[in-house]
Design a protein around this ligand. Structure first.
Ligand code: IVH
Length: 813
């Protein structure tokens, strides 16, 4: 909504002013939310300021409107524009982390080693609580506060001076005497738990989103454009470090903090001096015990070498001081209720369960969502390397234990069975993808023969949650090899709605393609402007021409792929378990897609049924026994079994151990016999074996292909693609060329063809292409920039030729 001019405002009627005021204030509130709440602004500073100004003008003309709507211009001071940048005179660095006690011992030993100080000699450290807020640098000149800046990226921060002046713990002028002319005090801005709760209550009462934790609330409060809002938030500050100083303050960290206190700055009272790793750890544990009662969040204890001369000698490793260490507290746990389970579809089609929790504070952070990993995890049968909670599935309504470690996403760690409500039912995963409606299935892991912990969408090509990843795979080098489409174009075209499935690529037209690319470019530069970078110059005419040429080239590269070897197309489809070599094996067996699809349809008909599969998974009943059990050629034995059901007669063919395994599984003989009888009619047929028994294709790929094509969406996407492109048989590896059976290695940059083309050509001529040079290598083709492989070739006495020689050899072959 563009802001309106004064004249337009003047002509507003009371009713329209009211509507406009409400719309403006809603939009400003939304912009505020994005900027402050999510740090993800969607409008420029200038646009924001224009909206604010218009709101002010409307309120000036219609004073009754002031105070109505979500935000109002009349409350508080006039908001400043977005913050200026401040370059820190001394960068604001970060700290190395440790969790285990041994790491603290290592730290002390490391410092001693660096300083060449034997164990006996005294070495002092400070131990200070690590405040979980946001760091702030205060610059005092001649004892007066002149600038306050956030950390930013450590080099450049935001100027928040006006806001910092509203914080009680930050003195406007330093008291006492002896402070240097220039003194940059650094420390942490934070909120107490009580004030955090108060702020959130107010946010909620105002219909605004609550802050996730005190740190976010402190950051949101300090980074207000309106200092009056900051003033209304009871922020606190602890000083613990410094930047530029015109003269040294004191010889030690501890004494410096005491000086800070003398000058009216707030310093954390739990800071102590220690002389050994054991002392440090003891203090860490003591603070850990006090943690819950402090009234503000801390996330660890910071150790610093006390002597500043030693600090200077120790210096920095990359961006952290060698003289300091942050000893963090371990993961926090809390109990809460699982209110619901949402399913999100991952970029690879996995159905990821997300716990909706009754909000709970875990180590000072309010958690309302946590990961439940996957279906297997919810069922308690393991998955994702998490422990198996046998017989302990997780149900909606359950009391669960939530943990949070560092910045890692919180997770549901366990369930409290004693507290399970009587009505709680096992959670049933959707068997269709919530993003695209295709079937969602759990595979049998071909290696372990166990049910995969993850349920996956079978929508592959058409699932919007997976779309971009699938398309990227489609255009990748060993797929359609559309280099120009790179990874960015695909994203742009997908978002613009131009390309949703592979066939769409081949329907692209010049104009819409150009429009999408231009729109994206403009979006990017607007974003850069909003972030304060200088805008790139207007595209010149020449640039426009280049762009047209690039688009023409893109379309030409697509046309060049309208005929493609079957194996490449199969690989490009990104069907699970169909990698390059399986795609080749399939292309060897089938001349084209219709032939393959016909074979798959027949195999699907002849696929084993569920009872046969269930029987096959029973321990002790191996494939040999199973097949013998049902072999028609072998008549069911003897007179003695007459009168028994078919199932019972089948069971009689098993050894007693196998019979027992069968009974353990099916529980009763009747159930076992019935299952056997059903399984007998579900034996996979020849059409299935044709594919599944092919050593190069196998049952896993066969099942996956059947499943893929059973999904009408997928079959449709393939049909659409085939209306745009034609497959050709896989280039047969010629056996009688000079290259047959030779091992070739390509290295360096090839100028006349891409690596994948070179590889394909060599393979077509019967060569094997390898990635490394050994004594077994026959030929190395080296382009510019070739390095170690060239040396290896020399070492092994392998023949090396240039790309040009290679092309000449190809011409001959
Ligand atoms: S000293 C060069 N001391 O932790 C080291 N930092 O993870 C400067 N922090 O960016 C930092 N309490 O925001 C130091 N007592 C303390 C601290 C502390 C909290 C924060 C600070 C820093 C971060 C590093």
């Amino acid at each position: 909504m563009p802001a309106r001019s004064n004249a337009e405002i003047d002509s507003l009627t009371e009713a329209s002013a009211k509507a406009r005021h409400a719309a403006l204030s809603a939009e400003i509130a939304e912009a505020d939310r994005l900027y402050h709440g999510e740090d993800a602004p969607e409008i420029t500073d200038a646009d924001y300021d224009a909206l604010r100004r218009e709101l002010e003008e409307i309120e000036a003309r219609f004073p009754d409107l002031a105070g109505t709507g979500e935000v109002s211009a009349s409350v508080g001071a006039k908001p400043s524009s977005r913050f200026e940048k401040v370059r820190h005179a001394v960068p604001m660095l970060s700290l190395g982390n440790a969790f285990a006690d041994e790491e603290v011992e290592d730290f002390v030993a490391r410092v001693r080693r660096f300083l060449n100080q034997p164990d006996g000699e005294p070495l002092a450290f400070t131990a200070e609580p690590k405040i979980d807020g946001l760091s702030l640098s205060l610059r005092y000149e001649r004892g007066r506060l002149v600038t306050a800046a956030t950390r930013g990226d450590g080099e450049v921060g935001e100027n928040v001076t006006a806001n910092a002046r509203t914080v009680d713990d930050i003195p406007e002028t330093l008291s006492g005497k002896g402070w240097p002319d220039v003194l940059e005090v650094r420390g942490e801005v934070y909120l107490s738990h009580a004030d955090f709760a108060g702020i959130n209550a107010r946010q909620e009462a105002d219909g605004k989103p609550a802050f996730a934790n005190p740190r976010n609330a402190a950051a949101g409060s300090l980074r207000q454009k309106d200092a009056a809002i900051t003033a209304s938030r009871p922020l606190h500050f602890f000083a613990y470090a410094w930047g530029e100083v015109s003269e040294p303050v004191a010889p030690t960290q501890f004494a410096t903090l005491e000086k800070f206190r003398d000058w009216g700055l707030s310093v954390n009272p739990l800071t102590v001096r220690c002389t050994s790793a054991a002392d440090l750890i003891a203090h860490y544990e003591k603070i850990g015990r006090q943690r819950a009662d402090l009234g503000y969040d801390i996330d660890g204890v910071v150790y610093k070498v006390d002597d500043l001369a030693l600090q200077k000698r120790l210096g920095f490793v990359s961006r952290s001081p060698r003289w300091a260490l942050a000893h963090k507290f371990a993961a926090q746990e809390a109990f809460t209720t699982l209110e619901g389970i949402d399913i999100q579809v991952g970029r690879t089609g996995s159905l990821n369960p997300l716990a909706r929790l009754k909000p709970v504070t875990v180590g000072g952070v309010v958690v309302s969502n946590a990961t439940l990993h996957n279906e297997g995890y919810v069922q308690g049968v393991g998955g994702d390397g998490e422990p198996i909670r046998e017989g302990r599935d997780i149900r909606i309504g359950d009391t669960v234990i939530v943990v949070r470690a560092g910045d890692v996403i919180p997770k549901v760690m366990d369930v409290v069975l004693d507290k399970r409500p009587a009505a709680a039912k096992p959670f049933v995963f959707p068997d269709h993808c919530p993003a695209c409606g295709s079937r969602a299935v759990r595979e049998i892991n071909p290696r372990t023969k166990k049910l995969d912990a993850i349920r996956r969408c079978t929508g592959g090509l058409i699932c919007p949650a997976q779309g971009v990843e699938r398309l990227k795979h489609f255009v990748s080098r060993n797929g359609f090899d559309l280099e120009g489409f790179g990874q960015t174009y695909i994203e742009v075209l997908f978002e613009a709605g131009l390309v949703k499935q592979p066939a769409d690529l081949f329907r692209l037209q010049f104009e819409p393609l150009k429009a999408a690319i231009v729109a994206r470019r403009e979006e990017l530069s607007a974003q850069r402007r909003a972030e304060g970078e200088t805008a790139p110059k207007k595209p010149t005419k020449k640039k426009g021409e280049d762009e047209d040429k690039a688009i023409t080239n893109l379309l030409a590269s697509l046309d060049a792929r309208r005929t493609i070897p079957l194996n490449r197309l199969l690989f490009a489809l990104g069907i699970r378990h169909i990698g390059e070599s399986t795609a080749k094996a399939l292309a060897k067996r089938f001349p084209d897609m219709p032939a393959l699809q016909a074979a798959l349809a027949a195999a699907a008909e002849a696929q084993a049924g569920p009872d046969w599969l269930e029987l096959s998974a029973i321990p002790r009943i191996g494939p040999g026994t199973r097949d013998k059990l049902f072999a028609e050629a072998e008549p069911l034995p003897g007179e003695a079994l007459k009168g028994l059901s078919t199932g019972a007669r089948l069971r009689a063919r098993l050894t007693s151990a196998q019979g027992e395994a069968l009974l353990t599984h099916y529980e009763t003989t009747d159930a076992a016999d019935a299952a056997l009888e059903r399984a007998m009619t579900q034996v996979p047929g020849d059409a299935y074996h044709l594919l599944a028994d092919d050593g190069e294709i196998g049952p896993v790929a066969t099942d996956s292909l059947i499943q893929f094509f059973a999904e009408p969406h997928n079959a449709g996407a393939v049909a659409a693609l085939l209306s745009q492109v034609t497959t050709e048989p896989m280039a047969a590896a010629a056996t009688v060329t000079a290259f047959a059976g030779k091992t070739v290695v390509f290295t360096g940059t090839l100028e006349k063809m891409t690596r994948s083309e070179a590889k394909a050509t060599a393979e077509r001529l019967g060569a094997k292409v390898s990635g490394s040079v050994s004594a077994k290598t026959d030929l190395v083709v080296a382009g510019p920039g070739a390095g170690s492989k060239l040396k290896d070739a020399e070492k092994h006495g392998v023949k090396v030729i240039s790309e040009e020689d290679w092309l000449a050899m190809l011409a001959e072959a």
